[in-house]
Design a binder for this molecule. Structure first.
Ligand SMILES: [Zn+2]
Length: 293
């Protein structure tokens, strides 16, 4: 009798534990997909260059008379926030003609398919990024358990249709908009930084969107160290009045946005060549200390 009671207790306990575990897994999956992102106020950085990303995963809109460009798309769920931000600024997602990406991890490449379906825009990517985007986030350089999670759809995202592949140094144009691609590998092989001029009033400002320079313990490839050395050199050589990167907190989105609301010229708080150098210096220090995150 006692045996059955204990056994029944055990069954009930196991069932309860399973439900709790499922709840936690569900919650974790949800958090992974939203990535902890909440909507952020969209704003003009300078001229035709706008912030349309979420609280941390960044996305940028560059507008022009012959169509617009969107750089990065966040997670699949972030894409909706990006579209809301574009509309809030008074632009039409259907006028977005080109989609670009910094790197194909789910927090920057995951939402491209959603943006592509809503806009009909052409997606451009470096060779290595193109393969990853088209496979829904698979990365041959990632460790096997991570790849397995991508294959079974837990970490991946809807595969994107890559329309064009570019080489290092190529310039992508939409009317007068011209963004130059710098393949700055290290974080991922195809990690792409972008440089472009923005006219703001009578000033021409050089903008650099630097790709992530950090190395993940979960993604390694033999040329990674050499790639990072080169990427740091390339980024150092780019003139940057305004700089951004794929995580908004790294370039001080909120701090600069708040400062811009009271500045005499709202663009001035975004002019930050010192911050750009500090970002590269930090990456170089990390590289030479051999740390990973
Ligand atoms: Zn990444």
């Amino acid at each position: 009798m006692g045996y059955f009671t204990n056994r029944r207790r055990l069954v009930v306990l196991m069932a309860l534990l399973s439900v709790v575990a499922l709840l936690f897994v569900g919650r974790w999956l949800n958090a992974t997909k939203v990535g902890g992102q909440v909507p952020a106020e969209p704003f003009r950085i300078a001229g035709n260059f706008y912030y349309v990303g979420a609280s941390d995963v960044a996305a940028f809109l560059i507008t022009g008379p012959e169509g617009h460009v969107v750089l990065d798309a966040g997670y699949p769920t972030t894409a909706r926030m990006i579209m809301t931000s574009i509309a809030k600024l008074g632009f039409d997602i259907k006028d977005v003609k080109v989609l670009l990406n910094s790197e194909p991890h789910p927090d920057h490449g995951g939402g491209l398919t959603v943006l592509q379906q809503a806009s009909g825009a052409q997606l451009w990517a470096s060779d290595a990024s193109a393969d990853s985007l088209a496979s829904g986030g698979d990365d041959p350089d990632a460790i096997l358990p991570l790849r397995a999670l991508i294959w079974i759809g837990i970490l991946g995202y809807p595969p994107a249709r890559v329309d064009h592949r570019f080489k290092d140094g190529e310039t992508i144009r939409v009317g007068p908009i011209a963004l130059t691609a710098h393949v700055t590998g290290g974080h991922t092989r195809g990690c792409t930084s972008w440089s472009f001029p923005v006219r703001d009033g009578d000033r021409m400002l050089n903008v650099v969107s630097a790709c992530d320079l950090g190395v993940l313990a979960t993604s390694r490839y033999p040329e990674q160290g050499a790639d990072r050395e080169r990427s740091i050199r390339v980024l150092r050589g780019l003139p940057a009045d305004i700089w951004v990167t794929c995580h908004a907190r790294w370039w001080g989105r909120y701090r600069k946005f708040v400062a811009s609301t009271t500045a005499k010229n709202p663009v001035d708080p975004f002019i930050d060549p010192e911050g750009y150098r500090a970002f590269i210096d930090a990456a170089e220090a990390e590289l030479h200390q051999g740390r990973v995150h």
